[in-house]
Design a protein around this ligand. Structure first.
Ligand SMILES: [Zn+2]
Length: 303
């Protein structure tokens, strides 16, 4: 079976044809051009899927989308103003009408969590928390084999846990949110200020830190402390056995993971850390595509 999988991010729209074993073919990406608005984005995705449909007998379309998603209706229930008119966009209605195939739509981090459960670090684990730590911070909550989505599909928006009183300004309008301090964007902004640089990337920061540069050591140490602060709130709220860290930082591997774990352990009561396992995500860069395709497969099975 072949599924057209689409991952709509703020910068890029990834696409690929996923089979029921999780192999991806005909992969590619196009620019999102968010400022052109929702209808332009949907129109260009429809062109991509139409091309796929000529080469593969598609059984449906799985879409991972930025923003809070009403999974049952396939509508964006809330989003920031990154894409004008994104809130209320009926993604499922649009593609079902245009392409006459079954469609599922789910939030991007929830799709990552599903992919980790299907092919990654959470195989065989029915309850776990997935956090995506990159330019922002998002989360997915798996409880007894099912995603926990919340009343208005906003469950797991860990990026807006408040961790610093009067802290840095966040995209949501508040100050001191988790993602304003612990995202990779936050790390890079802080490095620019402290090192008086116009430009630096995450990779260079970690490289200089590994080389023993004191300024970067302190910077990364502070950032790891922020990551652990947010994780602590998550751990005491859910008492999970497994937390998976995905997103941009997962590329740093065990080197970073162990330091986060060490910092977190200093902050937790013994009962919470007794069986807690932290893992980096392992379903790969295309986990959004995999998760969206898996949801479509489940949907076809009537689950
Ligand atoms: Zn916020």
């Amino acid at each position: 079976m072949f599924i057209a999988a689409i991952d709509i991010g703020g910068t890029k729209i990834k696409y690929g044809v996923v089979d029921d074993e999780g192999s991806i073919s005909s992969q590619g990406s196009i620019q999102t051009h968010p400022k052109r608005g929702a209808s332009d984005i949907l129109m260009r995705i429809a062109e991509v899927i139409t091309t796929m449909a000529k080469a593969y007998p598609l059984v449906g379309i799985g879409i991972s989308a930025t923003g809070q998603v009403d999974f049952y209706q396939g509508i964006i229930s809330y989003a920031t103003d990154l894409i004008p008119n994104w809130i209320g966009t009926n993604i499922r209605g649009y593609f079902e009408g245009k392409l006459n195939l079954p469609v599922v739509v789910e939030n991007d981090v929830n799709c990552i969590a599903i992919a980790e459960h299907w092919q990654g670090s959470a195989i065989g684990e029915d309850s776990f928390i997935c956090i995506a730590l990159g330019t922002g911070i998002g989360g997915g909550i798996f409880n007894q084999g099912e995603l926990y989505r919340g009343d208005n599909y906003g469950a797991g928006e860990f990026g807006h846990i408040k961790i610093v009183q009067n802290g840095r300004q966040c995209r949501c309008g508040d100050y001191g949110c988790y993602e304003a301090h612990a995202s990779t964007d936050a790390l890079i902004s802080r490095a620019k200020v402290l090192a008086k640089l116009d430009n630096i990337d995450g990779e260079t920061i970690f490289q200089r830190e590994r080389n023993g540069d004191v300024l970067y050591k302190e910077l990364v140490e502070e950032w790891i402390g922020f990551i652990a602060d947010g994780l602590k709130s998550i751990v005491v709220s859910f008492n999970p056995k497994l937390i998976i860290i995905g997103g941009g930082v997962s590329a740093q591997g065990d080197y970073l993971l162990h330091r986060i774990e060490e910092n977190l352990h200093q902050k937790l009561m013994p009962s919470f850390k007794k069986n807690l396992i932290l893992k980096m995500a392992s379903a790969g860069n295309d986990s959004g595509l995999l998760g969206a395709a898996y949801l479509l497969l489940r949907n076809l099975e009537g689950k």
